[in-house]
Ligand binder design. Sequence first.
Ligand code: AMP
Length: 406
Amino acid sequence: MADARIKKLDLKGKKVLVRVDFNVPLNSDHEITDDTRIRGALPTIQYILEQGGSVILMSHLGRPQKKRLADGSIDVKKFSLEYVVDHLSTLLGVPVQFASDSGGPDSKKKSEALQEGEVLLLQNTRFEKGEEAGDEAFAQSLADLADVYVNDAFGTAHRAHASTTIVANYFDDDKKAFGFLIESEIENANKVLHDPARPLAAIVGGAKVSDKILLLEKLLDSVNILIIGGGMAYTFMKARGGSVGNSLVEEDKLDLALELIKKAEDKGIQLLLPEDSVIADNFAADANTQVSASDQIPDGWMGLDIGPEAVSTFSKAIMGAKCILWNGPMGVFEMDAFANGTRSVATAVASATDQGAFSLVGGGDSVAAVTQMGLADNVSFVSTGGGAMLEYLEGKVLPGVKAIQG
Ligand code: AMP
């Protein structure tokens, strides 16, 4: 495996092509409503500038190929990365130039003229069809702009796109590396995947079992404690013969749920399902609610959050863990009436962290929950990776990671 650290690179006087994730939300006036992703890339950009390099940034923004205009052309007005330029300049404290294409004549001209300490941002890579197709010629046109390639876009590392993966093939091992953001995502995920502190507890929630099958299977090879909450818990409840009323159930996953339960038993894993639930007579914020045993939910009612007993059991188990992975909320946390379970689990993870456990929150809506609850600074690591983190935790090789690490 090649050394993938940016610190190994010789950057003095080099033009450095950096894949960042500037896929930020914009309002109808093209103003950035959340600049977290831009801020996340700053340490890498600043490091390259400090080392005497110049920076050529590239990113995607939205899905311009899917949302073409009626005449078939790209909606440049909606998806242009030009809207990011001023804010990025302010954050970096240096002017940022903009090229109206990526890998085309304007980026070529402006890259050639780029001097040490200067920053150039290319237009949205997804304006080019070759980006998502992983096209070799497009990747080469990007590679030709620079001496060195740095990938710092973990959120797209699971895609074999031209700018995230294929472009890396045009650089030797000593001319490519991860940025600090990817480096820390991988380092932190590895703390859970490789030789974790024990006991290792995984908390898995969210809507569906089908989204998390691979994760659950992989976790059963390593965890000591597996806590299952959220909508997916009711498929397990029903598989065990419980009545779950109108709760979310995936009928075609009942057998799989039983298999997973058996596997956990065979391996001596402590598997915790919510013994009680907050149930509602409607999927609505103002529904009537009550607490019920999770395997005795009356017809017409559905479990939308874990109940107080489950909160207490889950919290105790979490407090006893030394390494914690959390993926997916315990209930429909977007509605206040069903947010208590997720909030309590977030608090327990934060307390365990305070007592020395390592905790990683990632790969699903639990990141939004922890951030919303103001607890992001109280856990060890909050992944920005979404689907990429989920795939990494499932044990998959991410193409963007492999392209650099080998
Ligand atoms: P995920 O993206 O897999 O982490 O799933 C998150 C979604 O699961 C959130 O939008 C939650 O509202 C939803 N969810 C959590 N618990 C339940 C539940 N008991 N019933 C229905 N949806 C749920």
